[in-house]
Write a protein that binds this ligand. Structure first.
Ligand code: MN
Length: 493
């Protein structure tokens, strides 16, 4: 048997079982395409029996011509298998409850009956040409002798592979290792591991299972999944590379994949999530910035490029002089040592006030100290943004870009989107990308103060800006203009 490590991604099945999460057919298919791009081997795309929409999504994934196998979740019922067959998927994940607790309390059945039903299901699926993966649900709380028996009978009936599921995340790495090692002894087919994160060991258990011989690792993007979620795909793939030098997925695409799934699911990624979180390669403290500027490895275990991230120097009360100097240089201006000192103390003061500093805020401080007016390269002359019922949100703008007037209009999925689109159209050909847009209601109620934070990118340079006020359209446009003035200002110098 080959030693290749296979990945089964279940973002579109287990991940979609995240409380409150539901994806449209189009979104599911576009996520499946992204998963295929990073090199996932099996995509568990959903559960065919669940709904007509699920079947349609699975059918479309099966027709996409993906390199990955497309699989449907099935319970141990022939009806579920027939539903999967109607979608023309390559494979099924036949999920069988194996623990005493699940068999007695949930299924109200007996181990003997579950075994017989499993064999019947495997035979039925194999007769119709499906690849069959038998997943032992709650396998981590199942007697080893029964697990072995269920797996060996399944393989005898034609199952192509089997998988140990730590359904409620109760394994620790040692237990996961021991269980996989024991199961491997008598198995001739690929053994998988499906880890959950309830007790925060999802990734560690999955890596331990790999070490013990599991060769199909189940993961989800951003660790989406029921309760505390599943083992995150990026963390397991990078763990394999970092700890054991095993190449699997294209890790450089992990940040893009994470953001794509976050936007489509509406589930944000925590800033401190390993690898792809916003802060995973951000440095604020003076000691760390100084270290990273001298040698990146001092405070970065892997390069940000390995996961498609960027190093970021955040200014705040922990900043040192080195970071300030670097950021001033970034603005394309020169400051004397005394001016740098003054900028330094102003940054500290703002940090102490509890406010997060954006690049635009920093520019205001620097230009104030240098007694240079902040040049307005992009000025807003007019803005109209309309929305209503039975009306396509529409906006028109007039901008003055370095003395040249540009007028344009656009539609959007709301008044903010329309306004931003109109500005983007007016900027046409300037290569500016709005890479992030985030809005918070600072106070409650419909008269709430909103806080908009944005990030813009142009030719590999990223700037952040923020604005606050009561009108969400105006505030969004103000933040955008602050960012644009930073980008265009740098260009002129
Ligand atoms: Mn699960």
């Amino acid at each position: 048997m080959s030693d290749k490590v296979f990945f089964l991604d279940t973002t579109l099945r287990d991940g979609e079982q995240t409380p409150g999460l539901t994806l449209t057919i189009d979104k599911k298919v576009s996520i499946a395409r992204k998963l295929d791009e990073v090199g996932v081997d099996v995509i568990e795309g959903g559960s065919a029996i669940a709904s007509a929409g699920e079947r349609e999504a699975l059918k479309r994934m099966a027709k996409e011509g993906l390199k990955a196998e497309v699989a449907s979740f099935c319970r141990g019922l022939t009806g579920d298998i027939d539903a999967a067959l109607s979608c023309d998927v390559d494979a099924i994940c036949l999920v069988i409850s194996t623990s005493k607790l699940h068999i007695e309390k949930k299924l109200r059945s007996t181990p003997e009956k579950v075994l017989a039903d499993t064999v019947k299901c495997v035979e039925h699926a194999k007769k119709h040409g499906l690849i069959v993966d038998v997943l032992a649900e709650d396998g981590s709380r199942t007697e080893m002798s029964y697990l072995k028996k269920l797996f060996s009978e399944s393989v005898k009936a034609g199952a192509d592979r089997v998988c140990l599921c730590d359904t409620v995340g109760v394994f620790c790495p040692e237990k996961a290792f021991e269980a996989v090692q024991e199961l491997r002894k008598s198995l001739k087919v690929r053994l998988g591991f499906h880890g959950h994160n309830d007790l925060a060991c999802g990734v560690a258990n999955t890596l331990a299972a790999y070490r013990a011989g599991a060769r199909e690792l189940h993961c989800t993007v951003n660790g989406l999944g029921e309760r505390a979620g599943n083992a995150p795909l990026d963390e397991v793939a990078v763990g394999l590379k970092y700890f054991y030098n095993v190449d699997t997925l294209d890790t450089r695409k992990m940040s893009e994949l994470s953001e794509f799934v976050s936007v489509l699911t509406g589930v944000p990624v925590a800033g401190n999530k390993p690898l792809v979180g916003r802060n995973a390669f951000a440095h604020e403290s003076g000691i760390h910035v100084d270290g990273v500027l001298k040698a990146e490895g001092t405070y970065e275990p892997i390069t940000p490029e390995m996961v498609g991230q960027k190093r970021r120097i955040q200014l705040g009360k922990h900043s040192g002089r080195k970071a300030i100097e670097l950021k001033v240089k970034d603005l394309g201006v020169k400051a004397t040592p005394q001016q740098l000192e003054e900028i330094f103390s102003k940054v500290k003061k703002i940090g102490d006030s509890g406010k997060e500093m954006t690049d635009a805020d920093f520019q205001v401080i620097v230009f104030d100290v240098l007694q240079t007016p902040v040049e307005q390269h992009v000025k807003l002359k007019e803005l109209v943004s309309l929305t209503g019922s039975n009306l396509t949100p529409t906006a028109s703008v007039k901008l003055d870009i370095n003395g040249i007037e540009k007028v344009s209009a656009a539609i959007g999925n709301g008044p903010v989107d329309a306004a931003i689109n109109a500005i983007e159209t007016a900027l046409g050909g300037t290569n500016v990308k709005l890479s992030s847009y985030h809005v918070d209601a600072v106070t409650g109620g419909t008269d709430a103060l909103v806080d908009v934070k944005i990030k813009l990118e142009k030719d590999g340079r990223e700037v952040s800006a923020a604005s606050a006020g009561t009108d969400i359209v105006i505030v969004s446009v103000e933040a955008l203009l602050k960012g644009l003035n930073l980008l265009f200002g740098k260009e002129k110098k």
